[in-house]
Ligand binder design. Structure first.
Ligand SMILES: Nc1ncnc2c1ncn2[C@@H]1O[C@H](COP(=O)(O)OP(=O)(O)OP(=O)(O)O)[C@@H](O)[C@H]1O
Ligand SMILES: [Mg+2]
Length: 456
């Protein structure tokens, strides 16, 4: 029987430990997570969420070109979990209803022949056409420390696990809304030499605000664990959708790749490299737009860094070869992501050890299947190139070179940025009620959170 290991979830690797050999110009490290609150609370029992029975491979769950929806885009107000004091000051008996906005948002197929209807509110003179720069959002640091404690939330089922953390669905006791809380065991963080990366994760997430990046509302800790309160992104992982679909049609891959490109463009404009692009870290919101989660390896790097970290299949050759690297690595990973979306497997995958994957990466031979669109193949060849002086995204034009590539020709970037384009697939979720049906089931944590004791 052929081995299907390439269908499994990919885990991150960090071989060198916590120190990034940063240049002296790197910002100095900030203090770590908020000190433990005295409040201790037992974890809530797992909710009675229906079993999803793991991934279904039914055709109706998967994405095909015929399934591009015309559903209207609804925008929801960001909703902060509210710290205890706020909640008491302004009691909210029931969650605010989400505001529904009707748009005649085009599907990506419509973009090939964009309509000139009154769908966009931006005057033509100001309209950012394809290829023109997208204004970077104003940097803003959210205060995320010292706002919450475990007692503010009811912990429900696990949504996902990774190499370093477990992410739970939680409900705020104050506004009844649902959030996702990433729990990192301190002992594990220390053992895996991830102290600095964990602090970076919080600091990077505090700084970013972008439609395709996860929002971090707050962090807290107790003696044993670190907690990060994020928006709950209801539609599940792009990974699950991709495995159910086997591979995405060209326009579907293009839609997700374009949203990732905008997010990378934004992060890089803030000198942040993401370093862990993969379908496991891309979540779908209730409308089918992407949210990038897991900033465990994101780092502010104005010039160059050396840490070997990321996920084997997605590592750029300059990382594998322990050379100094920069934003270039995210553009390589974008190439791997696009390849995986179009083919259903990564180009350097090997059933053996990660060493074989690394060897393949360094050798750099990519076999492009015949069904890949020529424009896509051209872009992939320009992203998955070891030559840093040729890699698209890493040249003088920066991310604009990627956005201007013919494969993205029909993308109207400014509308995409506003989520004014319908996603190719709308996850079947009941919005706002903590519906975790799109997530795989995991064995639950047995150790109660909120324990007191010695802090590792
Ligand atoms: N905000 C969120 N909403 C819903 N699910 C989430 C959210 N954040 C993370 N998850 C789920 O939890 C999983 C693990 O989270 P995350 O990737 O941050 O952990 P990790 O330990 O850093 O993983 P990795 O092995 O990639 O390093 C994700 O793949 C996703 O399924
Ligand atoms: Mg992850």
């Amino acid at each position: 029987m052929p081995t299907l290991g390439f269908l499994k979830k990919k885990r991150t690797k960090d071989s060198t430990g916590s120190r990034d050999l940063d240049s002296p110009s790197s910002p100095s490290k900030e203090t770590s997570f908020q000190n433990p609150p005295s409040a201790s609370s037992k974890t809530g029992a797992p909710s009675g969420t229906k079993s999803s029975g793991g991934p279904h491979h039914s055709a109706h769950d998967s994405v095909t070109t015929s399934q591009f929806t015309q559903a209207s885009t609804a925008s929801s107000k960001p909703s902060e979990p509210m710290k205890a004091q706020q909640a008491y000051a302004t009691p909210q008996s029931s969650p605010e209803p989400y505001q529904q906005t009707q748009h005649n948002a085009p599907s990506i197929q419509n973009l090939i022949h964009p309509t000139n209807s009154n769908q966009t509110s931006v005057p033509a003179s100001q309209a950012m056409q394809y290829g023109q720069p997208i204004p970077a959002a104003q940097p803003q640091v959210r205060v995320t420390k010292g706002k919450y404690t475990l007692a503010d939330f009811t912990i429900q089922r696990t949504l996902g696990t990774g190499s370093f953390g477990r992410v739970h669905l939680v409900q705020s006791k104050h506004n009844q809304r649902f959030y996702a809380v990433k729990v990192l065991k301190k002992a594990q963080v220390v053992k895996m030499k991830q102290v600095e990366h964990t602090n970076d994760e919080r600091r990077m997430l505090q700084q970013v605000k972008h439609p395709f990046l996860i929002t971090l509302w707050g962090t807290f800790q107790d003696a044993k664990n670190l907690y990060m309160v994020m928006d709950f992104v209801e539609g599940g992982e792009l990974f699950s959708l991709l495995r159910k679909s086997q591979r995405f049609p060209n326009p579907v891959a293009k839609f997700y790749a374009a949203e990732v490109t905008l997010a990378l463009d934004y992060l890089h404009s803030m000198n942040i490299i993401y370093r862990d692009l993969k379908p496991e870290n891309l979540l779908l919101d209730r409308h089918g737009h992407l949210k990038i989660t897991d900033f465990g390896f994101a780092k502010e790097v104005p010039d160059i860094t050396w840490t070997l970290c990321g996920t084997p299949d997605y590592l750029a050759p300059e990382v594998v070869a322990s050379k100094g690297y920069n934003k270039s690595v995210d553009w390589w990973s974008l190439g791997i992501l696009i390849f995986e979306m179009l083919c259903g497997y990564t180009p350097f995958w090997d059933a053996g050890s990660p060493m074989n994957i690394y060897r393949n990466i360094v050798e750099g031979r990519v076999k492009y299947p015949p069904y890949i669109h020529p424009d896509a193949q051209d872009l992939l060849q320009k992203l998955i190139t070891p030559d840093l002086t040729k890699r698209l995204g890493n040249l003088h034009g920066g991310s604009k070179d990627v956005m201007n590539h013919p494969w993205f020709a029909e993308v109207t970037w400014e509308r995409l940025q506003k989520k004014d384009i319908d996603a190719p697939y709308v996850p079947p979720v009941r919005a706002g009620v903590g519906d975790a049906s799109q997530f795989d089931k995991y064995p639950e944590e047995t150790e109660a959170y909120g324990q007191t004791g010695e802090d590792p």
